[in-house]
Design a protein around this ligand. Structure first.
Ligand code: LLP
Length: 417
């Protein structure tokens, strides 16, 4: 399996969608296409890289399209939900409560009670939340597994805005400062049988992710020893290592594979894989990014002495990070004609690729060399399967692009919310 869809495959998928009769050129000025078998291959590669008993709770925030999530349901994966809305999407997509992990950093008392009633795995963000859970459990019984999110404080990586594991983070309990308090909490609450961390997303070296996992695993060993010494019967048995594996948005920069990542963790932390612990992962970007691409018709081509601009139908509403932090995020862009054929001429001119929103910074590219662009062409924004439509902004009240899944010759509309 290649780490991203080759251009020829993207071209084939786009032509299939355009010829399917499902595209209305007026309404579908922009749309998203997923290669469904490829998506499944990504999931299969992830499952193959970890012990069979691992629960792979895919992060709903990466792609919240219920139809895509239900398509993946029979692979045996689960879902990670970061809000009650995402819990509802998980339910609608056919996932049973025992396959769902609830992780929101800001859970109300009512939301905690709801998750406990449903016996959904719950990861508390902090020690105060543990107190709330304890109070709730005094009134009711629950089969939920419950963990605490630890910030292993292993570094910020290259993208500060999505970094969650620096010395300071708004997420989790900081390991250095609160180690003893964390240990005491595990001794106090017999129902606390899991532990959680997440380092990432994107911009964090896999080695840093691995360091975070090792640091938290050392803590788990210390806690379990302490529980034994103090004569308690309960132990931490579930280790949720989060997601965060970076993917590649570039044609010629292969990323570390899931198998290599898993081997790296296994090498530095072999006990984690020896069967004593139920493992949970929460990958999102790895699964969805490279399986989907966005397409927009070029509505106008503007020529000005300082720049050529292709005006398209998606911008900061779907690519919020790319518009606001252009140096940190990148998508390869191809130009295709109206039939979906990718233009291969050598680029001679540089282009601004501008979105439709009413603010000047609404741009996907400010200076990109592309083959000649004409009104009515399509621009393909590669590797757009994760954190795009799920981060949709309603500014200017434009309609959300439709989503199509392709499997062989079959094109199906993947209904969103
Ligand atoms: N688990 C937790 C608790 C998370 O917060 C996240 C992502 C994941 C799992 C999945 O991480 P992944 O494997 O997808 O890297 N483009 C977004 C990224 C935010 C990701 C937040 N958390 C943004 O720009 O905000």
């Amino acid at each position: 399996m290649s780490y991203r869809l080759p251009d020829e495959r993207v071209e084939e998928l786009l032509s299939t969608v355009l010829q399917s009769g499902k595209i209305d050129r007026e309404r579908d000025a922009a749309f998203l296409v997923y290669d469904l078998p490829y998506l499944r291959e990504k999931v299969d590669a992830m499952i193959a890289a970890f012990p069979k008993t691992t629960l792979h709770a895919i992060a709903v925030k990466a792609n919240s399209n219920p139809s895509i999530l239900s398509y993946l349901n029979d692979t045996g994966i689960g879902l990670e939900a970061a809000s009650v809305g995402e819990l509802e999407i998980a339910r609608q997509s056919g996932y049973s409560p025992d396959k769902i992990v609830f992780d929101s950093p800001v859970k109300s008392r009512q939301e905690i009670e709801f998750a406990l009633q449903q016996s959904i795995h719950l990861n508390a963000d902090n020690l105060m939340e543990l107190e709330r859970i304890d109070k709730t459990l005094q009134k009711m019984s629950s089969k939920s597994n419950i963990g605490l999110r630890i910030n292993p404080q292993v570094g910020v990586g290259t993208i500060a805005i999505t970094s969650v594991s620096g010395e300071y983070s708004k997420f989790g309990e900081p390991l250095k400062e609160n180690r003893q308090k964390i240990i005491e909490a595990y001794c106090r609450y017999p129902w606390l049988n899991a532990i959680h961390l997440h380092v990432g997303s994107q911009g964090c070296d896999p080695v840093m992710l691995g360091n975070g996992i090792c640091k938290v695993f050392e803590l788990v060993c210390e806690i379990n020893d302490e529980l034994e010494q103090r004569g308690f019967n309960h132990r931490i048995r579930i280790f949720d290592m989060g997601g965060g594996l970076p993917v590649s948005y570039y044609r010629n920069r292969p990323p570390i594979s899931m198998q290599e990542y898993s081997d790296m963790i296994r090498k530095t932390c072999p006990e984690l894989f020896d069967g004593r612990f139920q493992l949970i992962t929460e990958f999102g970007r790895y699964v969805h990014t490279n399986a989907g691409f966005a397409v927009s018709r070029v509505e106008y081509v503007k020529r000005h002495k300082s720049a050529n601009t292709a005006m398209i139908h998606v911008g900061a509403n779907m690519f919020i990070r790319e518009a606001y932090h252009p140096g940190q995020w990148h998508h390869e862009i191809s130009v295709a004609d109206q039939t979906g054929r990718i233009k291969t001429q050598e680029p001679e001119e540089s282009w601004v690729v501008a979105g439709p929103l009413c603010f000047a910074g609404d741009m996907l590219e400010r200076n990109v060399y592309l083959p000649p662009i004409e009104e009515g062409d399509y621009l393909i924004i590669h590797d757009s399967g994760a954190y795009t439509l799920s981060m949709w902004s309603e500014y200017n009240s434009r309609s959300k692009p439709r989503v199509f899944g392709v499997c062989g010759d079959l094109v199906t509309e993947r209904l969103g919310d």
